[in-house]
Design a protein around this ligand. Sequence first.
Ligand code: AHR
Length: 502
Amino acid sequence: MTEKKAKMTIDKQYKVAEVDPRIYGSFVEHLGRAVYEGIYEPGHPEADKAGFRKDVIKLVKELKVPFIRYPGGNFVSGYNWEDGVGPVEKRPTRLDLAWGTTEPNLIGTNEFMDWAKLVGAEVNMAVNLGTRGIDAARNLVEYCNHPSGSYYSDLRKSHGYKEPHNIKTWCLGNEMDGPWQIGHKTAAEYGRLAAETAKVMKWTDPSIELVACGSSGSAIPTFIDWETTVLDHTYEHVEYISLHSYYGNQENDLSNYLAKSLDMDHFIKTVVAVCDYMKAKKRSKKTIHLSYDEWNVWYHSNEQDKEIERWSKAPHLLEDIYNFEDALLVGCMLITMLKHADRVKIACLAQLVNVIAPIMTDKGGEAWCQTIFYPFMHASIYGRGTVLQSVVSSPKYDSKDFTDVPYLESVSVFNEEAEELTVFAVNRATDSSLDLEADMRSFAGYTVKEHIVLEHDDVKGTNQENRNNVVPHSCGDAHVCDGILKSRLPKLSWNVMRLKKS
Ligand code: AHR
C-alpha cells in the first residue's frame, strides 16, 4: 500500500456555472412497481386518501427532488394518455408491450400531477412518438396547459382539474434510436417527426421547453450521426438534447467499475461538441443544453427479470439491490455532471421508487433507502449554488478500459448567499486513503462545519437485510489549517466536506 496525496486549488473567482436544480431530477415510469406498490398503494397503513404512500413521499422529500420525468421511458412509446384521465372505473386495462406487463391505468396524468405537488417537484412530461405523433402530443399540451375554452382544456376541467397544470418541460419521445423501442425510427424519420411535433406543441403553448431524444447510450453504433441528424431537423425547435447512461460491474473489476464515470464525462463532452458544431453550421445564436434524463447503475436485476411472468401486474421488474460500490460510482457520476453544470441543465436519476431506485418499498410494509440514496441526497441538499473550476492534481491509475483515472474525483459548489462551500470527493483507491490538501486562497475565515463520509469494509454490502448497514457518518477529519483544507479521505469513500464562513 503506497501513500497517496492529492492537491487542489479552490477559488471563488473560477466559476463553471450556477447549478440548475433540475440536475437533481429523477424519473417515475409505469414500469414494475414504480407506480403501483411504489408511490401508490391504497390500503397500505401509510396511504393517504388518494392511495399515495406517505412514507414514500417523506423519503422523496428527503432527496429534495425538484423535477420528475414521467410516464416513461419505453412505456411512453405505446401509451395513450387519454387512457389515464377521467373516471377511473371507465379507464381501460392495456397490455404494455414495452415491458410485457398489464397496465391498469389507475394512475394517469392528473393523479401524477397531484403526487408531484405533494413531493414538491415539477413534472417533465414525455409524449408518445412511438405509436403516436403530432396530434396526441398537441392535445396533451392543450389538456395540461391551456386554461379553458377549448375541447381538451374543458375536458381537463370536467375531470376535476380547474386550473391548468402548466407543465414547462416536455420530452419528444423516448430512446427513439433503440431497436427495442415501440415505433423505433431512423434519425431522419425521428428528426422530422420531432421537429413537426415540437412546432405544433409550441404553437399550443409557446412557453414550454422541449427535449429532443439523443442517443440511448454512447455505445450504440448510431451515436453522433443520430445527434447530428436529429439536431439538423430540430435545432430551432428544442432547448435540450437527451443522454442516457447505465453502468454495471458485470466483470467484478472494482477499479475499472469506478472509472466508468469517465465514460460519462466523455459522452457529455462529445454531445456538447455535436451541439456546438450544429450551432456553427446553422449560424445560430442559440445554445442547446443537455438533459441527462436517464442515468444510474443497472445490471443486478438483469437475470431475475428473465423469470417475470408475461402480462403480470406490477411485477418486481428492474429491482436492483444496490451495494456500497454502486454508491461510490453514483457519487462519481454526480460529480461528473456537476463539473459540466454549464451545459448539463437537467439530469434524472433513473429511477425513483422500486425500479433501479434509491427508494424501495415492501408491499404492505416499510419504505427503505438503498446505498445510492445517500450520495444523491447529499448532492441534492448541499450541491446548490455555483460550481467552481477547481484545479486538481491527483495520482492516477490505469484499468481495463480506462487510462489516467484520477484516484480523486472531486467538485466544489459555492453557495454565495449562505456563505457555504461544499467539496464533494470520492477516493477511488481500493488499497489506501488519500491525503487531500486544498488551497482555499479566496475563502479566508471558512472553517469545516461537517465532514460526511460514506465508507464500508464490504464493497458488496447492501441495505436489504439491515437498513443501517451502508449509511453515512459525520466523523470525517477535514479541517482548515493556515488557509489549507486538509483531510485524509478513507480508501473507497464518498466525502462531503461542508465549510462555512465563521
Ligand atoms: O429506465 C429504464 C429504461 O431504460 C427506460 O424505460 C428506457 O428509456 C431505458 O432503456
